[in-house]
Design a protein around this ligand. Structure first.
Ligand code: NAP
Length: 455
């Protein structure tokens, strides 16, 4: 895949980037490793000062950064602005908390003194996707750099200007040279990078295929990995739920980022008793959405990020229809519009054993299933290879507890939208990956947990 900015709203190629040569990649790893020698000894207050400055830069120039995101991957401009603001939040969160999260923890044993000490690992490689091109990177950068690690980023090939802008922010914030570098390389260079003895660990956010390939390369060299992969999150609506609120939030949850979010609500699982009413409410919400130029303020849904994603989504929908599903709304690419546009779509009557019922639809397509009772809802919710998030709607507290206990996912949100929050761990189980980002758990992923015992 060429490393290039191609405007998904027009299909126009705006800029092509020459990938780094092998010698340039080697030199970047050398610089990172050298930088680590001094950076690991910087103090928390010093790192925090740089991290606060990064947050200030993000906030000051948020419109400029948002524009780059929208241009490269098509998310509505207003949500791109909100994404930059969230990056500033995560920078400040770890600047505030890192020293506390990583302080020595004393434990009483037979020693005169025994404790756990957290130390940085060194150069960490981050392989990141295009869908939240700033947020995914900052939720890695903020804890990694605050812990004293240094970062190398291999960003998705369709967001090179975002990658370079982030490198520039870190430099402008005052972090020492080499502490964070963006490498414009193709994915086939990743395995070699991991094999480099100076790269100590890696994290990948993206598809299962990419995750498996990175983990296999890391496994060969016994290196720690964190994987944040796909999801086919259920959105369960039971009879006692506030249906109107569920339909409004469900629409947001499905359409976030033009439907291209790992934690989007992808499978609506609704109790028979309220299914007709909920379906009508959801349809009303979907029909209100405006598809169009992502730079315009009143646009709810912009283009899909690439022409390939549009093609894949169309094929998935067609496959679902040929297995017996019906279209309640949408269902075909908007070929009359220039760019990768797909309309808000609702599929019903999907046979639960059809292959697409378990797949991730990465676009504005909702699948609607009907169930008889809570056990059937849980069974269907868990009947997917993924386990990222789940949203469940009921006002019955016993049902809430049962859902929290039985749903197989890294997160369960009751009567709310699944979202990431710097204060709470984020990650999945099953094919959605392993390890956690954000919160105290996130900063503990890439440190040596050193046991110290003094007689
Ligand atoms: P992708 O194709 O897997 O790409 C993600 C990153 O991995 C890109 O930088 C890509 O580089 C690289 N890559 C691809 N194949 C690779 C390989 N064999 N070895 C090493 N690196 C490789 O995923 P995507 O289509 O961009 O993103 C969509 C997926 O990400 C969805 O499944 C979504 O659910 C998931 N996602 C998960 C989370 C989460 O937190 N769990 C968040 C966002 C997205 P190139 O661009 O150069 O191919």
């Amino acid at each position: 895949m060429a490393i290039a900015t191609i405007n998904p709203a027009t299909g126009e190629t705006l800029k092509i980037f020459e990938p780094l040569s092998d010698a340039q990649v080697k030199s970047a790893v050398y610089t990172a490793d050298e930088a680590f020698c001094d950076y690991r000894n910087t103090s928390f207050p010093q790192r925090a000062k740089w991290m606060y400055k990064a947050a200030d830069i993000l906030e000051k120039d948020k419109a400029e950064f948002a524009k780059v995101m929208t241009l490269e991957m098509g998310k509505p401009f207003q949500s791109a602005v909100a994404e930059v603001e969230k990056c500033a939040l995560v920078c400040r969160y770890y600047a505030d908390k890192a020293a506390d999260f990583l302080r020595d923890v004393y434990i009483e044993t037979d020693a005169s003194q025994s404790f756990v000490k957290y130390q940085p690992l060194g150069v960490i490689l981050a392989v990141m996707p295009w869908n939240f091109p700033f947020w995914q990177v900052f939720r890695f950068v903020a804890p990694a750099l605050m812990a004293g690690n240094v970062g190398l980023l291999k960003h998705a090939s369709n967001v090179p200007q975002c990658a370079l802008a982030i490198e520039n922010i870190i430099q402008q914030a005052g972090f020492p040279q080499g502490v964070f570098q963006s490498l414009l390389i193709s994915s086939d260079k990743v395995a070699n990078l991991i094999a480099d003895e100076r790269v100590k660990a890696a994290t990948l956010t993206g598809s299962e295929g990419a995750g498996a390939s990175l983990a296999a390369a890391a496994g060969k060299h016994i290196k720690k990995t964190v994987l944040e992969l796909g999801g086919s999150d259920p959105f369960i609506v039971l009879a006692s739920a506030d249906l109107e609120a569920a339909a409004i939030t469900g629409t947001k949850a499905r359409m976030l980022n033009n439907g291209q979010s790992c934690i989007a609500a992808k499978r609506f699982i609704v109790a028979e008793a309220v299914a007709d009413k909920f379906e009508k409410l959801l349809l009303e919400q979907f029909q209100k959405l405006k598809v169009g130029d992502p730079m315009k303020e009143d646009t709810n849904i912009g283009p899909l990020a690439t022409a390939d994603i549009l093609k894949e989504l169309d094929e998935q929908v067609q496959k679902s229809l040929s297995s017996g599903a019906k279209v309640l709304l949408g269902g075909k690419p908007l070929l009359n519009m220039k760019g990768n546009y797909y309309p808000p779509t609702i599929l019903t009557d999907i046979p639960v054993d059809s292959p697409t019922a378990k797949e991730e639809f990465f676009g504005p397509v909702a699948m609607l299933f009907r169930i008889k009772n809570i056990d059937e809802a849980i069974k269907l919710a868990n009947d997917t290879p993924f386990g990222l998030g789940a949203s469940a709607w009921t006002n019955d507290t016993e049902e809430q507890q049962y859902l929290i206990s039985e749903i197989e996912a890294g997160a369960v949100f009751i009567n709310g939208l699944v979202k990431s929050d710097p204060r709470m761990p984020f990650g999945g189980i099953k094919l959605s990956g392993y390890g956690r980002e954000l919160s105290i758990q996130g900063i503990h992923e890439f440190v040596n947990v050193k046991t110290v015992w003094v007689k």
